[in-house]
Design a protein around this ligand. Structure first.
Ligand SMILES: Cc1ncc(COP(=O)(O)O)c(C=O)c1O
Length: 384
């Protein structure tokens, strides 16, 4: 049977590294995992207790395709508590991870052949998902001096007129946060040029010494992607949400019914309690910040080039050009020889990414220390 052309997309290299790292572990090798963006702590205690109770109640069935009403209400209350915004629960849809939310958003906002701006460096699933759906990514190469966020000048000079744009703040892999003024400028440009915006806010609340503002403060016309994987440390629960303009409700409901039936019931019922766990979750932020300092200092000592001065998310996106111009080869050798798994920059930037590697510091501090020490030793032996 023929395999579809649409499935010929790039692999997600971070996941490929994870598979190779797991294989090495099965063979008894000690590996430090700095490749995937995953908090190691697990879901907050209140969520786990609620999940146990729900499990014991017996039946875990389908839910309403838009999500259980109590969770939609709780997310609406979160917008009031955290952002001081009134977002009616009808505009909130619970999804299977924020990845599921991204898929529903793209399907509901664009038609085959539409052109959508994505930034480089940027989260690879954006362009890969666009391609699989028959949409055309338009790459906008962002620079360190605009903190890897797109500028109006860059958008004006694109070689095609876009129908849409995906922005992310804090962004992956750079951790870059859009300032309020920058959000407004991008929103104005998109309004004038009739460009539909999808704003990925999944790293909201994973910020250091600052806050990321929601695009909802500047427009009601964008689709907002968010979820429980990052700040709430619930990756495997596969739960996210989107905030949509009212007119998208019925189209997205039809798509969600047919594509997913519903998001996982157990995760939905338990996630309500994630919003009452801020004290516990904020402790994770303190650890991420410590980890970042340890890793950054160690990589500098080893002779790595500059890294992003990340204000958010939990990644260092580091210049490896002092050692290599093939980030994939570098990551492979680092995995096999130093036992440290990291993601090659080509996941995030097709060309310039050869000179970058992304390290996730969402792990335990002890593991980050061991990984940093192992990299330092390896660099000394290999490159000096
Ligand atoms: C920027 C960004 N958006 C979305 C996702 C998807 O997250 P999930 O589907 O686990 O909610 C990720 C995961 O790493 C990400 O980095």
């Amino acid at each position: 049977m023929k395999v579809s052309n649409r499935s010929h997309i790039q692999p997600f290299h971070a996941m490929e590294v994870l598979r190779e790292a797991n294989n090495l572990e099965l063979k008894g090798k000690n590996i430090w995992h700095l490749e995937t963006g995953e908090p190691v702590t697990g879901a907050p205690e209140k969520v786990r207790v609620a999940a146990q109770k729900y499990l014991d109640s017996g039946r875990i069935g389908y839910t309403d395709a838009l999500g259980i009403p109590d969770l939609r209400k709780r997310i609406s209350l979160h917008y009031l508590e955290y952002y001081d915004l009134n977002i009616p629960e009808d505009r909130i849809i619970v999804t299977t991870g924020s990845s599921g939310g991204l898929l529903l958003s793209l399907l509901s906002a664009f038609d085959v052949g539409d052109k959508v701006v994505v930034t480089e460096p940027g989260y690879p699933a954006y362009s890969n998902m666009l391609k699989a759906l028959g949409l055309l990514p338009i790459y906008c190469s962002t620079e360190a001096d605009s903190r890897y966020q797109p500028t109006v000048e860059q958008l004006e000079s694109l070689n095609a007129k876009p129908d849409g744009m995906i922005i992310a703040s804090p962004a992956n892999p750079t951790g870059s946060i859009l300032k309020d003024k920058e959000i407004k400028t991008l929103v104005d440009w998109c309004n004038i040029n009739k460009v539909r915006i999808i704003a990925d806010e999944v790293y909201h609340r994973v910020t250091y010494g600052c806050r990321a503002e929601t695009i909802l403060k500047s427009t009601e016309e964008a689709i907002i992607i968010n979820g429980f994987s990052k700040y709430y440390a619930m990756t495997g629960w596969r739960l996210g949400w989107i905030v949509i303009p009212e007119k998208f409700l019925k189209p997205i409901e039809r798509l969600a019914q047919n594509l997913f039936i519903s998001a996982p019931a157990l995760s939905q019922a338990s996630a309500i309690y994630a919003f009452d766990s801020s004290q516990e979750l904020d402790e994770n932020l303190k650890r991420y910040e410590r980890n970042k300092d340890i890793l950054e200092a160690s990589l500098k000592r080893s002779g790595f080039g500059n890294s992003n001065t990340a204000q958010g998310a939990f990644y260092l996106y580091v210049d490896v050009s002092p050692f290599t111009h093939s980030s994939q080869d570098f990551c492979k050798r680092m995995l096999h020889e130093a036992g440290v798994a990291a993601t090659p920059g080509i996941d995030f930037d097709r060309v310039r990414g050869q000179n970058y590697v992304r390290f996730s510091y969402a792990g335990h501090t002890n593991d980050i220390e061991c990984a940093a020490e192992s990299i330092e030793k390896w660099i000394k032996v290999r490159f000096k």
